[in-house]
Design a protein around this ligand. Structure first.
Ligand code: IVH
Length: 702
């Protein structure tokens, strides 16, 4: 199914979307079957190979169409229908199940010497001469939760966690919610009747960040890290809760197999899995001719691990030939034919010297540990957030403690633990302040919230400063050339006391300051003028209303004509809007009914800042299908100047284009930005590709 031409599926999708639902029973079953196949194909493109050819809206629309048919015709529901991923099963216990084959661990290596010793051992075990090179497959060592998936007669019948290696917990319903795991796969076409696959469940880094942003906006506690969120996600009691964690699964090993199956090496196994629609490491994997090549590839990945969108803590080196693997055998702990190459530790110890307190834009007080500077995976760390008072208590952290500092795939370091057992008695408890370090107001703590806050919202200088810094920043009013240091400088000089002052800066004074030339002033002036014309949702975000982020601001801005509408509406009106919860509604009402804030908004209006709904505030969900780009395969290359790459792709998708990933004969249009390189050259050589500039693309979009 996955080798069907994208264009064919694209046309089929359009047809299914626009077609009337058949009334005849046989035709209806065919319609359902086709819709399931098409949706499964789009899931594969989106979740497995990450090259969607339709937009989210179209997928959702077709999904809903299927769901509504299934609701009134339950007998037509197919077991592998995408709607059946999230069931209503509620489990109190996860039953234990025996793995078909033990899930072993891996031996570790850390350098070239370790790898060379491993290579020598392999040759000895396989009776090979020392000068004969063994072929290895090297793939990422994913840092998530391992799973075993059993497929019988092409159907996923069981999923289990690793557990103790021989017995794991049965988590089939939760695993079904992972969209990169097909619920059916045509193993029988390769002669396989029953198989146990091994893989790792994890959450993509950017998705994990988004999950946390959403939790922050909803006032929920943040997830600590992607790994625990994934392992916990496998074991939630309701599949719905698992689905919310948007987990992903890489499959890297074929385990127990029944059937007439004649594949000779590991790499081919992986290719078979890929053909069957599983997400496998492809570009991340290399077949290496000798152990030196293995080491080079591992080191290359160690360099770029931070820019990879999944957490990895090393590489796994596997003997490619399955015959040689058999000759090597295994210990009770690990297979002898594989070894992990572990990346440099992202963990170090240091001494916590003191704690400082930062005041956020909404008054929250964040304790920050100042530690003796320590090197951690290439960077010097001296300052680490302690989040809140509960965190300090849970981790039992004291001043003077030796603390274990970690940097996971994300760049932000954190304190993993404090070594309380080696205290010498001179450590001091961390006394959380009772008063605001900036304005001395007594701090308060709202029920169910972890943070202590300074309630002096409009009078606290530290809060004002943070709000101004945020107001001008990229996610808010996006005033180019107005960085944090400029805000701090103008604030100290008394030019900025509230966000309204941003629009009445004394440029004649600023001109006299060191470091400000006529050009930089002109630039800043222009950026400020431009920001005044921002859509309403940007202004809403920029006000630092507690929990009011980008998504909710966009929703609210699409429902009101002027910002002043918010000064007269009530909580009920807001909570009736989908996705606006009661906590956010309460915060919004309390902000927009406060006289000081209303006055601030009036000042902004008088200073020329847009306070009304603009076209960019209205929801856009139009899918055009007779657009010139519709059905065309498009690729973007080089640095785009006006649009972000993702934005450009979304725009193309929204008018029916298909996003390609490489230049080949099937490519219709190549959009070139600055410094376009090999892709442009290849397209020119092919001669069949239409090459257009970013400006042409924008022009033709209209
Ligand atoms: S192969 C029998 N391949 O690492 C071979 N494991 O420390 C054992 N892991 O429990 C597994 N990425 O959860 C293999 N590409 C990969 C892997 C991988 C991550 C995990 C797996 C295993 C652990 C061993």
């Amino acid at each position: 199914m996955f080798d069907i031409q994208p264009k064919v599926i694209f046309e089929k999708t359009k047809h299914l979307l626009s077609a009337n639902i058949p009334t005849n029973n046989d035709e209806l079953q065919t319609f359902v079957n086709e819709t399931v196949e098409v949706l499964k194909y789009h899931e594969w493109r989106y979740y497995v190979i990450v090259e969607p050819i339709i937009g989210d809206t179209e997928y959702d629309e077709l999904y809903k169409k299927l769901e509504s048919i299934e609701l009134s015709n339950p007998d037509l529901i197919l077991a592998d229908s995408p709607t059946q991923r999230v069931s209503n099963d509620l489990k109190s216990d996860m039953p234990s199940v025996n793995h078909l084959e033990s899930m072993l661990s891996l031996d570790n290596s850390y350098n070239l010497e370790d790898l060379e010793n491993f290579d020598k051992r392999i040759k000895k075990l396989c009776d090979l001469p020392e000068n004969e090179a063994v072929e290895y497959v090297v793939e990422p060592k994913y840092d998530g939760g391992s799973i075993a998936l059993v497929f019988e007669n092409d159907t996923l019948t069981r999923a289990a966690t690793r557990g103790n290696g021989t017995q794991g917990e049965e988590i089939t319903a939760n695993a079904r919610t992972i969209k990169s795991i097909p619920q059916k796969a045509n193993f029988s076409s390769f002669g396989i009747n029953k198989v146990e696959l091994r893989g790792e469940v994890l959450i993509r880094k950017d998705i994990f960040e988004k999950l946390n942003e959403e939790r922050k906006e909803a006032g929920k506690d943040l997830y600590a890290n992607a790994r625990n969120t994934a392992t916990g996600g496998l074991r939630t009691k309701t599949p719905q809760k698992s689905a919310e964690r948007k987990m992903d699964a890489f499959i890297y090993q074929l385990g127990y197999t029944e059937g007439d199956f004649s594949i000779k090496n590991h790499h081919e196994n992986i290719e078979v899995l890929s053909k069957l629609g599983f997400k496998v490491p492809t570009v991340e994997t290399k077949v290496c001719k000798n152990i030196k090549e293995v080491h080079d590839f591992c080191k290359m990945w160690e360099e770029k691990r931070d820019s990879y969108n999944y957490e990895i803590d090393g590489m796994v080196v596997k003997v490619n030939s399955l015959n040689l693997q058999d000759q090597c055998g295994q210990t009770n702990h690990h297979p002898r034919w594989a070894i992990a190459f572990k990346f440099k530790a992202k963990q170090a110890t240091s001494i916590l010297e003191t704690v400082e307190y930062q005041i956020g834009k909404t008054g929250s007080i964040t304790p920050v540990a100042k530690i003796k500077p320590v090197q951690l995976a290439g960077v010097t760390v001296s300052s680490i957030s302690l989040h809140n008072e509960d965190f300090i208590q849970e981790k039992d952290i004291m001043i003077g403690d030796t603390v274990v500092v970690e940097r996971a795939g994300d760049v932000i370091p954190y304190i993993a633990s404090s070594m309380s057992s080696i205290r010498n008695g001179e450590e001091q408890p961390i006394e959380f302040p009772k008063n605001c370090p900036s304005c001395e107001t007594v701090l308060t703590r709202v029920e169910n919230e972890a943070a202590w806050r300074c309630p002096n919202v409009s009078g606290c200088p530290a809060q004002q400063l943070q709000r101004i810094i945020f107001h001008v920043s990229k996610p808010a009013m996006d005033i180019d050339g107005f960085g944090k240091s400029n805000v701090e400088r103008f604030f100290e000089l008394g030019y900025l006391n509230s966000i309204a002052d941003v629009y009445r800066l004394p440029f004649e004074e600023i001109e006299k300051l060191e470091g400000f030339g006529a050009r930089s002033i002109e630039k800043l002036r222009n950026s400020i003028e431009k920001a005044k014309l921002n859509p309403l949702h940007r202004l809403l975000v920029s006000l630092s209303v507690h929990h009011l982020g980008k998504k909710a601001s966009k929703i609210i801005a699409s429902k009101i004509k002027s910002i002043f509408d918010l000064t007269t509406i009530n909580e009920e009106w807001l909570t009736e809007i989908k996705d606006i919860g009661p906590i956010l509604a309460k915060n919004v009402i309390s902000y927009f009914h406060d006289e000081n804030n209303i006055q601030l908004l009036r000042q902004l209006e008088e200073l020329g800042v847009n306070t009304t709904q603009l076209e960019a505030d209205q929801p856009v969900e139009i899918i055009e299908t007779d657009h010139p780009f519709s059905g065309k395969t498009i690729l973007f290359t080089g640095a785009l100047q006006q649009l972000k790459r993702k934005e450009a792709q979304e725009k193309a998708l929204s008018v029916g284009a298909i996003i390609a990933s490489s230049v080949n004969k099937k490519l219709n249009i190549l959009v070139v930005g600055e410094k376009a390189g090999s892709k442009l050259k290849k397209a020119q050589e092919l001669g069949s590709v239409e090459i257009i500039t970013e400006a042409d693309f924008i022009e033709q979009l209209k």
